[in-house]
Design a protein. Sequence first.
Length: 557
Amino acid sequence: MLIIGAGLAGQRAALAAAEAGASVAIVSKVHPVRSHSVAAAGGINAALNPEDTWESHAFDTVKGSDYLGDQDAIEIMCREAPDELLWLEHAGVTFHRNETGHLGTRAFGGASAARTYYVADITGHALLHVLYEQLMKHHEQIDSYEEWFTTDLLQDEEGRCTGAICRNLRDGALEVFNAKAAILATGGCGQAYEPTTNGLIVTGDGIAQAYRIGAKLMDMEMVQYHPTTLAGNGLLITEGARGEGAWLLNAKGERFMEKYAPNKLELASRDVVSRAEQTEINEGRGFPDGTVALDVTKVPRRRTLEALREIVNIGRDFAGVDITREPIRIRPGNHYIMGGVKTDSDGQTTIPGLYAAGEVACVSVHGGNRLGANSLLDTLIFGRRSGEHAAARALKMPMPSTPASRISDTEKHIAAIMNRPQSGRRIGAIKQELGATMNEYAAVFRDEKGLKKAHEIVRRLKDEATKAAIDDRGSVFNQDVIAAIELGYMLDVAETIVVAAIERKESRGAQWRTDYPGRNDEKWLKHIDISVNGADVPLVSYSPVTITRWQPEERTY
Ligand SMILES: Cc1cc2nc3c(=O)[nH]c(=O)nc-3n(C[C@H](O)[C@H](O)[C@H](O)COP(=O)(O)OP(=O)(O)OC[C@H]3O[C@@H](n4cnc5c(N)ncnc54)[C@H](O)[C@@H]3O)c2cc1C
């Protein structure tokens, strides 16, 4: 089996597949512990406490999704969460313990119980390193290809996925990786926006690669803006801060969430809080730099220094603010994509033999809005399930073989990038225009005019990207060529986001249309699926939302 991506979803899939008896190759364009999961801060949800129930976790998730999440998948995720958490603990994750020695929790947004388990504010770091130790323990069955970049997915004549082409970043060599099953675990696409909380490597590769071979994408319009990011650079101030008791204040010093979410206040779901902040800013009650304030001084200083030490550092190093003594300026910023490659609850995409798990995938457990601390859970539950299902498939199949000559198309594509004349725009300039465009027109508030404008710009940038020149023509760690390929992925992903956002003519979750305010269940309680139509323009279709037990209701916090 081939697993593309070695963040939490990919590593969890690899371990599950190896345990099921498959032999696995796991490929990552960076060293596995540099995968973006390492940045996850606040924690992971599970209804493990005896007073809590998985049904309550599931209902909170359904409500958080603004009823667009598929309830069968949400039930699976929430039911399996406690065992997964214990598995992690037994594997060596040093979760926080409370005064009685039990695993301790913190409150998170949109949750009716404090069910977020955490390691200070470095939860992703702790999880990823423990998983990597386990990966090494299984080295006889898992071959790790670190600093290999997947360029294309392969298909046989029947349309089944048979592996991928990968480039060794050290020397530029291309190889065919034949596989009986492939799992995409390549993470999200935050870099299509500027600024974003996501690192430079989060460029939507897997979403675009699956889309290009005909896989359906789903819920692409649902892009999460996190309520607390630093202005300018987009760095994240974890929701854990509000979970520990921090307040949001406007420039007049008012705790404005009292107006928008009188019960949950700062711990309403992220879409609600981000909209509230943006409304305060747009209506002139923010600070002149387009921000509002997060007041962490409401949290006892000792607790902040113990449980939120990373954001103490971020505040000091990137904003010059001691958050234990004064409020810090923040605003909503691009953070996460709820949409992705459409899968069932075993990770199967619409292409036989191709699976997807983690942020690249859309199961859809997050629907219109993801609850904080549900993403790490999603990566692990559906990473494991994909690994198990794909291993069972692989164990019954003969090995496909792709002729090595298939590499020549990719070789030609890369040679064409290297040989472009120096006259085109810079890749960085195109990427920056893309990010700024998405941040202006496909953000917290959207309307048809802006979205159509964004689409026009993305089409132009797609054209410019085919001519963008690069400087490095060598083969050793040529990041220029990789940046050119990644730009193509981001542009494809951006186009599908914009097309889906134009299509959904209502406001639900993270998609707030000022020209269509209000949710319209009669017409739009359905998923928007996007696929290629053969001519480089996204094709829209619909699929039903699975409702098991929670009928849509008005959503208040
Ligand atoms: C700052 C920050 C804080 C967060 N905090 C939390 C939190 O507290 N709780 C929570 O639930 N969620 C949190 N999230 C969200 C969560 O961290 C991510 O959604 C999740 O970790 C994604 O994991 P993943 O395994 O899907 O992808 P990633 O961890 O992004 O891994 C992707 C992998 O794919 C590889 N890859 C990508 N493209 C290619 C290619 N072309 N070829 C080869 N390899 C490739 C990469 O090298 C990497 O190994 C946070 C997100 C951010 C940005």
